[in-house]
Ligand binder design. Structure first.
Ligand code: SF4
Ligand code: FES
Length: 269
């Protein structure tokens, strides 16, 4: 089957800004990423795109395909082709660097702001862990869904607040803030709520829900944002206590078992 790809091109140094068309033969099982790489390797080596894992894990290949936010490596051409055509565009609401490559730097900087790691008072234990922190399966379920985020940025592409407020903390960043706030091992609840409740934070969300619809990993950032708002309200009315993170597991009755842990194989490079 022949498919025509209409691909956004943006090459600032050549003042190129528009769409290029490429018609290629598509085989069973080919993804949009396969097609883009075929075009780059055989028809136009100047086409720029970002990818890495090719299996829906790294989050590099988020783009707009036939008007919908998708991971190119996870999108079968035969399932989405319309009238023999596929239109491919970069994620909107971010600065475009080139062709299909948006600049995710600002989103990553916002992510850093919300301290996306366990905050603990026992810094010594954290730096040189003696044992793991305790966590029950039900405590894990409190945040598990939100930990599946691969930072692809597709939720940003579908958020009306991100499209009008460049300082908005972004749906996935807020979802990650919630993920750490409810992690039973974390002790940074109030610190993080302070950060996300500032202007351009969680209270700017209109609950349009586009982020959750766009997410390829089922993270549901809109839900996380509403739950984050609930935590902020509880804190405001004095109904929330700063939490003490779970302790480390007690020593094993048989003593330290470090010797029983198999050693890593020697370095080969
Ligand atoms: S929440 Fe979903 S859409 Fe947003 S960055 Fe994470 S994986 Fe991508
Ligand atoms: S290339 Fe990694 S998610 Fe698509």
């Amino acid at each position: 089957m022949k498919v025509k790809f209409i691909i956004k091109r943006y090459i600032p140094e050549l003042a190129k800004n528009g769409f290029d068309k490429f018609e290629i033969e598509v085989k069973e099982g080919m993804t949009v990423l396969d097609a883009l790489l075929y075009i780059k390797e055989n028809l136009d080596p100047t086409l720029s795109l970002r990818f890495s894992c090719r299996m829906g894990i790294c989050g590099s290949c988020g783009m707009i395909i036939n008007g919908k936010p998708e991971l190119a490596c996870h999108t079968q051409i035969k399932k989405i082709v319309e009238n023999g055509k596929i239109k491919v565009e970069p994620i909107p609401n971010l600065t475009l660097i080139r062709d299909l490559v948006p600049d995710l730097q600002s989103a990553f900087m916002k992510h850093k702001k919300i301290k996306p790691y366990l905050i603990r008072k026992d810094e010594k234990e954290q730096e040189s862990p003696t044992r793991e922190y305790k966590q029950t399966p039900s405590e894990l379920l409190e945040y598990l869904q939100f930990s599946y985020c691969i930072q692809c940025g597709l939720c940003i592409s579908s958020c009306p607040v991100s499209s009008t407020d460049e300082d908005f903390l972004e749906p996935y960043v807020l979802a990650q803030a919630y993920r750490y706030c409810v992690d039973s091992r974390d002790e940074g609840l109030f610190e993080r709520l302070e950060i996300v409740s500032k202007s351009h934070g969680v209270l700017n969300c209109h609950f349009a829900g586009g982020c959750s619809k766009a997410c390829p990993k089922g993270v549901d950032p809109a839900l996380a944002i509403q739950l984050l708002k609930r935590l902020i309200l509880k804190k405001t009315f004095g109904l929330l206590k700063e939490k003490k993170g779970n302790n480390i597991v007690p020593p094993y009755p048989e003593g330290p078992n470090k010797d029983k842990v198999p050693k890593a194989p020697p370095k080969s490079v």
